[in-house]
Design a protein around this ligand. Structure first.
Ligand code: FPP
Length: 265
């Protein structure tokens, strides 16, 4: 994927510019446990490596010009894992906030939380809210952290709030429902990546992902680095998104877009 150029007499490997960059990429960071097992290490070691990799991927997302990234860090189903592992994932989130917040802020990352703070310790919930508040004016990358998040749960809560708001059944449209989702002010994910060879959404962004391109890779999350993300973005660039239209309609739209772009240049 890389091309080799020379800078100040030294050879450097650079990634060529992307043909089409998705605006919103969502990631199911899967395979920490299997990464650890393959090395005869405890699962906790996999989660730690996964956390290190998350740092790399956030940096790469900024470098590649993504505007929004949503990561699945803890699902509503993850509560059924052994208590020790649940506590470890909670501790990891707290540690990430404690150690990385300032750097993420300096890089222009706006942290948002999607999911429920209910059920999480008051101390962690407070830290999550403070991290969101502290970074809320940053514009470079919106990082949605799905923590204690479930797609069905999100839809149930949206319906409950619509009923509470007294909206008449006949007035409910897709955009009404959308406006009650955690991501109401954001575009849907263009691309959902899942690592470790699984091809399921597992209750992640099931409303928002209706038209997302899905990219899966055998690579376990701790090994899914900057170049792997780049490869996923290249693959995305080669997909033709149809949104239910015919191929001819899409070709015409692409031609029109290219025409407008050429005129703008
Ligand atoms: C899936 O791997 C991963 C998770 C459930 C947690 C993802 C967490 C991180 C990448 C660390 C960063 C976390 C936070 C909170 C910011 P798995 O354990 O299901 O792996 P397996 O399927 O191989 O067992």
């Amino acid at each position: 994927m890389t091309i080799i150029t020379r800078q100040n007499g030294r050879e450097v490997r650079v990634l060529p510019p992307l043909a089409r960059t998705p605006e919103h990429v969502a990631i199911i960071m899967d395979g920490n446990g299997r990464w650890a097992r393959a090395r005869a290490l405890p699962r906790s070691a996999g989660h730690r490596q996964g956390t290190d990799n998350l740092r790399r991927i956030i940096r790469a997302a900024v470098e590649f010009g993504l505007r929004i990234m949503t990561i699945y860090a803890f699902s509503t189903e993850n509560w059924s894992r052994p208590r020790r592992e649940v506590l470890l994932l909670m501790r990891i989130l707290e540690m990430v906030i404690d150690r990385e917040l300032q750097e993420l802020h300096d890089e222009g990352v706006q942290i948002r939380h999607i999911g429920e703070l209910e059920g999480i310790s008051a101390r962690l919930a407070q830290k999550v809210m403070e991290a969101c508040e502290y970074t809320r004016h940053n514009q470079r990358l919106i990082l949605n952290v799905a923590f204690n998040y479930g797609g069905r749960d999100e839809i149930v809560r949206a319906v409950q709030n619509i009923v509470r708001a007294g909206i008449a059944a006949d007035d409910i449209t897709e955009s009404t429902i959308n406006s009650y989702m955690y991501t109401s002010d954001l575009p849907d994910p263009d691309l959902i990546i899942r690592t470790s060879g699984e091809s399921r959404l597992s209750n992640f962004l099931i409303w928002q992902g209706a038209y997302s391109e899905i990219y899966t890779t055998e690579t376990y999350w701790p090994d899914f680095g900057r170049e792997a993300l780049y490869e996923a973005l290249v693959e995305y660039g080669s997909r033709r998104r149809r949104f239910g239209k015919t191929d001819d309609q899409i070709k015409a739209e692409y031609a029109q877009r290219d025409h407008l772009r050429e005129r703008a240049i």
